[in-house]
Write a protein that binds this ligand. Structure first.
Ligand code: 5AD
Ligand code: SF4
Length: 475
């Protein structure tokens, strides 16, 4: 190691301590560049996908290059999810696969971040003591410092654990986007709802809204870089602004973002039915770039189950929102999340959920079996539904929803949709893929010159996943 290198390492070490013990947004630009490789594995939701873009941004600013194999990487990062037991367990099997590699390559730095890191640091230390860094989703401004510290300390000893869920999320962290046409933009972080089944308030902390000027600024720079569409992300976008000094709500934010020239489309997710306002529906109707798609998780169609879940609305209220949305925005597509087998759910209560699906006819649904999450209220509830019953109910609702979605799509064959072309279809050469404003996938013959453009495409054949189409000028 030459003198200059040694000096740089010492500066880095001093810097990392300042960072860790004075937890401010680091000026990681001053870190020395290193020609190392990172492997980043993302599980879970769109929040995590967006967070991974920040993690990648930080790593690349430090000089790391991506690699597709954990075995080749100097830093292996797992961005984790614990919304259900399955992804939680998946992390530990992935860590198990790395145990041998870490024995052979002790300098490889293994990082667990995301939702499992936040709530299960002890479990990670016990089951995978070779993990080097455990860092929660609100603490990524300290990721660079933790890495630098780990590099200095070497791989022996205790992991570095940073899991402060009260930390304010900083602006301006580096970002390395995975997409070129459509980008995720955070609107709120965290969640205050504490639905009985849900781990998210424990993993992502209390709700924090970003300043409107920061959000608008980010979208402006995305548009300047050629992006055509943004998806505004929050655990509950409808409560945007309640914690800001300025009296603004989500509809006001949509109106501001809609003003940005050359932005073709605005999407947003997720909306909580208890906070969805008529003002928001009016904004969706009136603002040209806001897409005709509403993701509105119902979770259950039975009032007793909804009460036990702590959702704060009845089925009638939910139904009223759907009707109000369809009245104002006739072409709107409404998608949902639903959970079957919540503790105590009877056959009759489940049938109410099935009836709700028959009545409402969602364009798309994400359907889950209830999964016990330790620490939540539901985990303590009696009358857990047996696995076989949950499985049967899930299959029933999936079969019903698949029929409905296919039928809705079939009814639209022949219609011409505005499609934002995102990329070449990897499975069919000569074909492009994009989305309709109602968030349906469209695959159609076309050239790569169409990527990023809004083109009219006629639906020719309907499938569960969307449409095969053609440019209307073709015969
Ligand atoms: N079990 C099963 N599904 C869950 N979800 C959230 N928590 C649980 C749980 N404990 C589902 C909800 C939510 C979606 C993101 O995941 O339907 O809307
Ligand atoms: Fe996203 Fe929830 Fe999974 Fe966290 S636990 S990654 S918030 S789905």
């Amino acid at each position: 190691m030459n003198i200059l290198h040694l000096a740089l390492e010492l500066i880095t070490l001093a810097h990392s301590y300042v960072q860790l013990f004075a937890p401010r947004l680091g000026d990681i630009l001053t870190y020395p560049k290193m020609a190392n490789r990172y492997y980043l594995d993302t599980m879970g939701c769109q929040m995590n996908e967006r967070d991974s873009e920040t993690l990648a941004g930080i790593l690349e600013q430090l000089g790391y290059q991506p690699t597709a194999a954990a075995a080749d990487a100097d830093v292996v990062v797992f961005n984790t999810c614990t919304v259900r037991a399955k992804p939680h367990h998946k992390l530990f099997s992935k860590l198990g696969e790395l145990r041998r590699i870490k024995q052979r390559q002790p300098n490889k730095i293994i990082v667990v971040c995301g939702c499992v890191a936040q709530i299960a640091a002890e479990e990670i230390r016990r089951r995978a003591p070779y993990v080097d860094i455990i860092i929660g989703p609100r603490n990524y401004s300290r990721f660079a410092a933790a890495l630098a510290q780990r590099r200095q300390l070497g791989s022996s000893g205790e992991p570095i654990v940073v899991t402060d869920d009260r930390e304010t999320i900083p602006e301006g962290l580096p970002v390395c986007r995975y997409t070129e046409i459509s980008a995720f933009v955070n609107v709120t972080y965290g969640c205050n709802n504490f639905c009985a089944y849900c781990i998210v308030p424990y993993t992502r902390g209390r709700e924090q809204s970003r300043q409107m000027t920061d959000i608008v600024g980010e979208v402006q720079s995305l548009v300047a870089a050629g992006y055509k569409e943004v998806t505004l992300l929050g655990q509950n976008v409808n409560s945007y602004g309640h914690d800001l000094a300025e009296r603004v709500d989500f509809a006001d934010l949509l109106a501001e973002v809609d003003q940005i020239p050359s932005l073709a489309r605005i999407r947003f997710t997720t909306s909580h039915p208890k906070d969805l306002s008529v003002k928001l529906l009016a904004a969706m109707r009136d603002l040209p770039s806001v897409c005709e798609h509403l993701h509105l998780p119902i979770q259950a169609g039975d009032d007793e189950v909804l009460t036990r879940m702590g959702r704060g609305y009845t089925y009638a209220h939910y139904r009223g929102l759907v009707d109000a949305a369809r009245q104002r925005i006739p072409d709107i597509a409404i998608s949902t999340d639903v959970m079957v087998g919540f503790p105590g759910e009877t056959d009759e209560q489940f049938r109410n959920t099935v009836r709700a699906f028959e009545e409402i006819r969602f364009s798309q649904a994400f359907m889950f079996k209830y999964s016990d999450r330790p620490g939540t209220r539901a985990a303590q509830m009696p009358d857990k539904v047996p696995e076989a019953v949950k499985q049967r109910r899930l299959e029933q609702v999936v079969a019903l929803q698949n029929d409905i979605a296919r039928e809705i799509n079939r009814q639209q064959v022949g219609k011409v949709f505005e499609v934002l072309v995102e990329r070449a279809d990897p499975k069919s050469p000569g074909k492009m893929r994009g989305r309709t404003r109602t968030n349906k996938l469209m695959i159609f013959p076309g050239g790569e010159d169409l990527i990023g453009q809004l083109v009219p495409v006629q639906a020719e054949a309907a499938y569960l996943w969307g449409f095969l189409g053609k440019l209307p000028s073709e015969s």
